[in-house]
Ligand binder design. Structure first.
Ligand code: ZN
Ligand code: ZN
Length: 234
C-alpha cells in the first residue's frame, strides 16, 4: 500500500514538475533531460537589453558609456526601469502567445526568466501590475501583467485602478499615447501606498507613456519610490 502510494505520488509529482518545467526546450524543441525551459544554446541567444538608458532602459543602438537619454533629463516619476529583454523574437512571440492564447505554461517560463535576469537584491514593499480596463479584461479573461507579476514576485497588490477605457496604445502615435492614458488611472486606497516603495510591473514597455502615468499617480498618492519592471523593452 505504502509503495503504491509513493509510486502514485512519484507519478503525480513528475506530472506537476513537467508542467512547471517542460522537458523540451521552449525555443528549439530539443529534449532536455534536466528539465526546461530553455537549452543553453537558446538561452544564450535571448535578446538581452545590453546598452540602455540607466533611467528608462531605452535601448541604445550601440555600446555607450551609461548616460540618461534626452527624455530622462527632465526627470521621471519612477527612479528607474528594469527591462532585461528587448521586445524581439522569441521573447516578443512568447508574450503574444501568452496574451492571446492564454498559455499558462508560458507564464511560468516567462516569470522564471524575468526573476533570473532581475537583480537578486531587488527590494520593494508592494508589487503593482498595470491594470487592464474592464472591457479588455472581459475580452481576454485575465491580465497577463498581473499573472506574470504574481508568479515572478509571489505577491500582488491591486492598488491601481483603471478609471476609464482607453484605445490600445499600439494603435497610436507616441504623442497620442501620452494623451490617451492621461487621467486613466487612480489609486484605490492611498493609505496602502503612502511611504511605500512600489514595484510597478508591465509585460512590455514601448514609449513608456502608460508606466509613466501609473508611476505619477502612485507618487501623487504618496509612494516613496516607484521602480518599474517590465519583461521586454521596445
Ligand atoms: Zn533550444
Ligand atoms: Zn531614458
Amino acid at each position: 500500500m505504502r509503495s503504491e502510494l509513493s509510486s502514485l505520488f512519484g507519478r503525480l509529482s513528475e506530472k506537476v514538475l513537467s508542467f512547471l518545467f517542460p522537458e523540451y526546450c521552449l525555443s528549439c524543441g530539443r529534449y532536455l533531460p534536466g528539465g526546461g525551459p530553455l537549452c543553453p544554446e537558446c538561452e544564450e541567444k535571448l535578446p538581452l537589453n545590453r546598452n540602455f538608458c540607466p533611467v528608462c532602459a531605452r535601448p541604445y543602438p550601440e555600446e555607450a558609456p551609461p548616460h540618461p537619454c534626452g527624455g530622462c533629463l527632465s526627470g521621471r516619476p519612477f527612479s528607474r526601469v528594469l527591462a532585461p529583454f528587448l521586445y524581439e523574437p522569441p521573447v516578443s512571440d512568447w508574450i503574444k502567445r501568452l496574451k492571446f492564447a492564454e498559455d499558462l505554461t508560458l507564464a511560468r517560463v516567462l516569470s522564471r526568466l524575468l526573476r533570473k535576469h532581475l537583480p537578486p537584491d531587488l527590494s520593494f514593499d508592494l508589487v503593482v501590475p498595470v491594470p487592464l480596463g474592464r472591457k479588455r479584461l472581459l475580452e481576454r479573461g485575465f491580465n497577463q501583467s498581473a499573472l506574470l507579476a504574481r508568479l515572478a514576485f509571489g505577491r500582488l497588490d491591486k492598488v491601481l485602478l483603471r478609471t476609464r477605457e482607453t484605445p490600445p496604445q499600439s494603435e497610436l502615435s507616441a504623442a497620442e499615447r501620452h494623451r490617451n492614458v492621461r487621467r486613466a488611472f487612480s489609486v484605490k486606497d492611498e493609505t496602502r501606498v503612502f511611504g511605500k516603495k512600489v514595484l510597478l510591473f508591465d509585460d512590455v514597455m514601448t514609449t513608456g507613456a502608460t508606466v509613466e502615468e501609473c508611476a505619477r499617480v502612485l507618487r501623487t498618492a504618496g509612494a516613496r519610490e516607484v521602480i518599474v519592471a517590465v519583461l521586454a523593452r521596445a
